[in-house]
Design a protein around this ligand. Structure first.
Ligand code: HEM
Length: 481
């Protein structure tokens, strides 16, 4: 009876304010090509908790740290669900994927495996040699560009390097090479294609009735990518099983650990589960990390005095001659860390996090957020809010030098990895990769924009897709120091 009363009193309360929805389509057209920007503008009129109708999907947009904290911390459990995009149902990925399962037993098990066997400090320390090698290959490649006075496409080399950093951490194998002339780049093209496809707006998400006909062919295309990747992963897993049976030497990677676990206890993970986990790790980890490095470099190219300060710090901490940057040096590079924080503030790779879903009617800020509503946390709006940040549109890493604000999910004005139980599990690896790549690029080279261009002319426009990437990837000339 109390339950019924509670519900009926909820019903009488209004939902959060928002723009008037058109029949059938609702507010879809108000999203435009840059939804992070359109929704930031709309929330100035309707407030930090705004309601929209996207086709049949009721959507709540959160644009303040205070409400983000209520959703992700106070009501963490209620808002830990995920609305599953149609594309993700290819090969039933949603039924086994850490990123899309509801936050229940199966999900907890996958998170636990990743936390213990992939992202713990001990594991990451053990695999850091592999990552250092890949970064050295990047530096050698840039050195060649330097000799040939050739510009470097930062996005392309950062993508290849990140892909290899992740693939070496998972199964000690390269999936791509920096020189295009080095034969086939099939795995890289598939991962790239899969990410583009997952990021495509899909009418079937707004109108589930269209799922039957898959009007844009997105599901069909997704199935093709998933199958191709699955064949590659099958090959890698089978070769490892064979080498384990013929030799006692073991690799320091996730695959080896998962195979050990499944040998010890066959309830842990099936090969199918492993393959889906690898898909998640690549899709969630590659573009996000790449985009961060790309934006950081673009900001530094546009702000040469900030780049000079970051380089001076590296010179003082690591030394001028040779010495390679190690992951263990990151803690001693406060200015570099501030550069990365400032990059996350202005350019959060996942500007709405990964959408959450309300598992029941819940009161937030005096309004009822209905069960099944999709929740978007607009990090882009929070990062540029002038009531939180002084001079919000300028790139000023110094603001973080005197402040305790960090991005590990406790300070809701800066949550590029989310917060609460669904916080990015890859944060410890991403933290190492972003700082290591950026520090290495800056320690070994000085960088100039293209000839005839002045730094302020670096194109800083963004493109909304799976992540918020640079519309024009930065090209820069490395100068050997
Ligand atoms: C700069 C790099 C990265 C950023 C900014 C980032 C950001 C995020 C965000 C915002 C979420 C969603 C959080 C939420 O739902 O509230 C997420 C989820 C996730 N990330 Fe990351 N991420 C990064 C790198 C990585 C890496 C390197 C990996 C693994 C190799 C990874 C694996 C995942 C997975 C598996 C999820 C889904 C977790 C779940 O739903 O329970 N991420 N990430």
């Amino acid at each position: 009876c109390i339950h019924v009363l509670k519900h009926s009193s909820y019903r009488r309360q209004p939902g959060p304010p928002g723009p008037y929805p058109f029949p059938i389509i609702g507010n879809i057209f108000q999203l435009g090509h840059k939804p992070h920007l359109s929704l930031a503008t709309l929330s100035k009129t309707y407030g930090p908790l705004m309601s929209l109708q996207l086709g049949t999907i009721t959507t709540m947009v959160v644009s303040s740290p205070k409400i983000a904290k209520e959703v992700l911390q106070k009501h963490d459990q209620v808002f830990s669900g995920r609305p599953v995009p149609h594309a993700i149902t290819a090969l039933d990925h949603n039924t086994v994927s850490m990123a899309w399962l509801p936050a229940e037993k199966q999900w907890r098990n996958l998170r636990k495996i990743c936390k213990e066997h992939l992202f713990s400090s001990q594991r990451l320390n053990a695999s850091q040699v592999l990552r250092r090698e890949k970064v050295q290959e990047l530096l050698d490649y840039i050195h060649e560009c330097c000799i040939r006075s050739q510009a470097v496409d930062i996005g392309r080399v950062a993508f290849t390097t990140t892909l290899n950093l992740i693939s070496n951490t998972i199964f000690s194998i390269d999936l791509a090479h920096l020189h295009d002339s080095n034969g086939s780049q099939v795995p890289k093209d598939i991962v790239w294609g899969l990410m583009e496809y997952v990021g495509k707006p899909n009418l079937a998400d707004y109108f589930p009735v269209l799922r039957l006909i898959d009007p844009q062919g997105i599901l069909k295309q997704g199935q093709i990518y998933f199958e191709k990747l699955s064949v590659i992963f099958d090959g890698i897993i089978n070769r490892r099983i064979e080498s384990r049976s013929s030799s006692s030497s073991r690799s320091n990677d996730l695959l080896e650990t998962l195979l050990d676990l499944s040998q010890k206890n066959d309830s842990e993970l099936s090969y199918k589960d492993m393959k889906h986990m690898f898909v998640d790790l690549f899709v969630a980890g590659t573009d996000t990390t790449t985009t961060t490095v790309e934006w950081a470099m673009a900001e530094l190219l546009q702000n040469p005095t900030i780049m000079a300060r970051a380089r001076t710090e590296l010179e003082q901490v690591i030394g001028k001659e040779g010495g390679a940057v190690q992951e263990s040096d990151i803690a001693r590079l406060p200015y570099l860390q501030a550069v990365v924080k400032e990059t996350f503030r202005l350019h959060p790779p996942a500007p709405f996090l990964v959408p959450h879903k309300a598992e029941s009617d819940t009161k937030i800020n005096g309004y009822i957020v209905p069960k099944n509503a999709q929740i978007l946390i607009n990090l882009w709006a929070i990062g540029r809010d002038s009531s939180i940040w002084s001079n919000p549109d300028s790139f000023v890493p110094e603001r973080f030098l005197e402040s305790e604000i960090d991005f590990r999910g406790q300070d809701f004005e800066l949550i590029p990895f989310g917060a609460g139980r669904r916080i990015c599990p890859g944060l410890p690896l991403a933290h190492r990769m972003v700082h290591l790549i950026l520090a290495s690029l800056l320690h070994c080279f000085d960088w100039k924009v293209e000839d005839g261009m002045i730094p302020k002319e670096v194109d800083m426009s963004d493109k909304f897709g799976l992540t918020l990437s640079k519309a024009v990837p930065p090209k820069a000339y490395p100068i050997k120091v």
